[in-house]
Design a binder for this molecule. Structure first.
Ligand SMILES: CCCCCCCC/C=C\C=C\CC(=O)SCCNC(=O)CCNC(=O)[C@H](O)C(C)(C)COP(=O)(O)OP(=O)(O)OC[C@H]1O[C@@H](n2cnc3c(N)ncnc32)[C@H](O)[C@@H]1OP(=O)(O)O
Length: 748
């Protein structure tokens, strides 16, 4: 007898047998001998332990071939009389990164995971998971099907499916609560958080943690448990511990995910699946998990989230229109970096660099400001270190009031006030002081990189590094190459970004780069909607229901209205007469009245005090808008959420197409990563360009044409020619847009 008892065993075996047969005939091979591509390998160790090694670089994902191979090798281990127990591990120090996400968008072939894991759990011989590196998603579910789990101390474990718009659909929602209890399972499954091996041990998720050779430890355990009863080790047969306050716990979890999910459906389904584990027998809970998974699996949200997963990795393979590329450009080693200007951004950048292990020279002109910056930076480092349980990198930073202190650094990041005249002066100084070859990077949110580069002796060393506030927290970095930036300078900026644990996107130089350039038409539409009859509350509500963390007006109040005002004044937009092109001075008028947002206690909303956080509708603003409309001949009309979304979002998307057409971004993924990571675009909607594809390019074009006809004085509503071309080319899928961009006559 190979397998133990299990009620639906026959059905499962049949399911596996049928799919395995289909799969083998499809691939035309017996996968059990280790000869067929990446899969799993079998060997015998210590005489009586069958060792199965998953082999599918880079993360040993459970592709169809791996699943088939695992089934075949388990059968082999179970059929060999000398083998008394089994260890499953992953090649190259990585247990398993989960199901193969690339397979999700194709016809799913090969044996399904659920019966495979159930069958593993039913094995009459003990199976030990030797977990190194990562055990994530289906990888952890596989380990939960094993009877014992041994982890290396550096392993990370988790069920991150929710971040891909799914739930742990291979029994994870049913086994995890049985093993670690409902509160911990709810938290892990709804957030997708990874845990360390130490926390996993504390939770009871693993049985043993080692600092040494994990496979050796697992084999030792496998030898010691051979022949022992497995009854208590099959998690599916255990009762789910249900605390007396379980109902309140689920209620609270549901409220929490609904509040924070911003419209994402997967976290809600995760709570429902864990609830099934708490209230139903295992087999019925599994049915519930399957149904919920089927809904999620085919949803647009799962597609969007999986697209974003790959997009965040694709942006590291950057290229520029001049032919520079990630794989042919080598970064130069950088050991010592200077940060010039220790305002909010400079401080965050200093922290991020020090935390990345780089030596930093932090420069500020006045002693008093320098000391204040030192105090704040040290506090930030200490808090960060406490969170990570590591010593703060205080000794990585030298503070100085002298710009000469940067003479021997390898790289400078200038973070002075966002003013071209000031920045130009600093760049001229840096060019004179720094040793030859020093990279001169600028943290600007939109100023001309070429103009700054022209101030230096070596413009090829100048690159923009647009950080997002707070710079030590936000994941995004726009790396902006100018006309003369060398490929080595771009590669070095991308590498420094990676060292700081950022996701860096290389983009071309234009006013506002990608993110802020697209924001302009979005903000304009919001102002125009106020002129036409909307309130800040209405606009914000529509955008927040769409999934933005904050609507445009609440966000402006938080960032400070004066920042945009200064930029508009510098560009002389405030003083200019705008005859052919509509311009709303509403933001300027508020600033002229000292309403700068939260910091002054008044902006588009009112706050209980300067610095207050809770935005309340402001009757003063409503009457101000009424007077403004009356004076300027606007007749207020009823505006609904659909119009808010179409005008704000489609104008932004239209600018995105212009950016692609101008080759400022090398593909739609770049834009989507920037918007999700830097501008709180809801991740479950993929990003603006992915969203455009989901809505349908024809519809976007049609709506833009409609609104442009109504507002001929708003050029940003005029559909861009790339959008027209894509529609004329039969609306190709997003991954084919680049072909149309590169070849203007493309019919794909
Ligand atoms: C109709 C109803 C049908 C229902 C059928 C459902 C059947 C499914 C049943 C169960 C499903 C289980 C769900 C899952 O398991 S989903 C996957 C869960 N796993 C994850 O989310 C992990 C994702 N990966 C990561 O977090 C990281 O990659 C990590 C493993 C931590 C490694 O990080 P790092 O070292 O930084 O490396 P990269 O992230 O750059 O990755 C390197 C390349 O590997 C690719 N990759 C990573 N994970 C996967 C994966 N699971 N599948 C496929 N490919 C993966 C990644 O894309 C990188 O490659 P590239 O740069 O080319 O994109």
């Amino acid at each position: 007898m190979i397998f133990g008892r299990y009620p639906s065993r026959d059905k499962q075996d049949k399911a596996i047998a049928v799919s395995a047969k289909k799969f083998r005939s499809a691939v035309g091979s017996d996968t059990s001998n280790g000869l067929f591509g990446n899969m799993a390998l079998y060997s015998r160790v210590s005489g009586s332990v069958g060792l199965i090694t998953l082999q599918n670089p880079p993360v040993n994902a459970l592709s169809a071939v791996v699943r088939q191979s695992l089934i075949d090798l388990m059968d082999r281990a179970l059929s060999e009389p000398e083998v008394k127990s089994v260890v499953i591990c992953g090649q190259n120090g990585k247990f398993c990164g989960g199901a193969d996400i690339k397979e999700f968008r194709s016809d799913m072939t090969g044996p399904p995971l659920v019966p495979m894991i159930d069958r593993l759990e039913l094995s009459s011989k003990p199976v030990v998971a030797a977990i190194e590196g990562v055990a994530l998603g289906g990888g952890l579910e596989l380990a939960l099907g094993c009877h014992y789990r041994v982890a290396h101390s550096k392993t990370r474990l988790g069920l991150p499916e929710v971040t891909l718009g799914l739930l742990p659909g291979a029994g994870g929602t049913q086994r995890l609560p049985r093993l670690v209890g409902i509160p911990a399972a709810l938290e892990l499954i709804t957030t997708g958080r990874h845990v360390t091996a130490a926390e996993a041990l504390q939770l009871g998720l693993v049985d043993f943690v080692t600092d040494h050779n994990t496979i050796e430890a697992a084999v030792k355990l496998a030898l010691s448990v051979a022949g022992k009863s497995l009854d208590s080790r099959r998690i599916s047969t255990c009762k789910c511990p249900r605390p007396p306050y379980a109902d309140a716990l689920f209620e609270e979890a549901m409220q929490r995910v609904r509040r924070s999910a911003r419209g994402a459906i997967a976290p809600v389904a995760c709570v429902q699946a864990v609830h099934a584990a708490a209230t139903l027998p295992f087999a019925r809970g599994m049915e519930q998990e399957k149904q919920l998974m089927a809904t999620l699996f085919t949803s647009g949200q799962a597609r969007a989230l999986q697209y974003q997963f790959f997009a965040q990795r694709a942006v590291s393979r950057w290229s520029t229109p001049s032919g520079a590329r990630w794989d042919t450009s080598k970064p130069r080693p950088v050991h010592k970096v200077a940060v010039i200007g220790l305002g909010t951004m400079g401080r965050g950048i200093t922290v991020a660099l020090a935390q990345a292990g780089l030596s930093v020279v932090a420069v500020e002109t006045h002693e008093k400001q320098l000391m204040e910056a030192k105090r704040v930076v040290s506090g930030m480092l200490e808090r960060g270190a406490k969170r990570l349980g590591a010593p703060p990198a205080l000794d990585k930073i030298n503070y100085s009031c002298e710009i000469q202190a940067v003479a021997d650094v390898d790289l400078v990041i200038e973070a002075v006030f966002e003013d071209m005249v000031v920045k130009k002066t600093v760049f001229r100084q840096l060019s004179a002081i720094c040793k030859p070859g020093t990279f001169l990077f600028t943290n600007t949110s939109g100023l001309d990189i070429d103009e700054l580069a022209a101030q230096t002796r070596n413009p090829e060393l100048v690159v923009g590094m647009h950080f997002f506030a707070p710079a030590h927290v936000m994941k995004l970095l726009e790396v902006v190459y100018g006309r003369r930036s060398s490929s080595q300078a771009v590669a070095t900026a991308m590498k420094i970004g990676k060292n700081m644990d950022k996701i860096s996107v290389a983009v071309g130089n234009c006013s506002g780069f990608v993110g802020n350039r697209m924001l302009r038409p979005y903000l304009d539409q919001a102002f125009f909607l106020l002129e036409e009859g909307a309130t800040p509350e209405l606009v914000d509500q529509a955008l927040e229901e769409f999934g933005f963390a904050m609507g445009v007006f609440r966000m402006s109040d938080l960032s400070g209205l004066d920042i945009g005002w200064k930029v508009r004044k510098a560009k002389e937009m405030v003083s200019k007469t705008h005859q052919d092109c509509r311009y709303s001075p509403l933001g300027d008028l508020l600033c002229e009245r000292g309403r700068f947002g939260q910091k002054t206690g008044r902006g588009w909303y009112q706050y209980d005090k300067p610095g207050g956080r809770v935005a309340k509708p402001d009757p003063w603003l409503h009457s101000f808008l009424e007077k403004y409309r009356a004076q300027r001949g606007f007749v207020a009309r009823r505006i609904d959420h659909q119009e808010v979304l179409e005008r704000c979002l489609y104008a932004l998307i239209n600018e995105g197409f212009r950016i692609l057409e101008d080759r400022i971004a090398s593909g739609p993924e770049d834009i989507d990563v920037i918007y999700v990571l830097g501008y709180s675009w809801p991740r479950h909607r993929g990003g603006p360009m992915f969203y455009a594809q989901m809505v349908g390019l024809s519809r976007i074009l049609e709506k833009l044409e409609y609104y442009h006809q109504l507002h001929l004085d708003i050029p940003s509503l005029q559909p861009c020619s790339l959008l027209r071309k894509l529609v004329a080319n039969g609306r190709p899928p997003i991954h084919k847009w680049v072909e149309v961009i590169k070849n203007p006559h493309s019919h794909l």
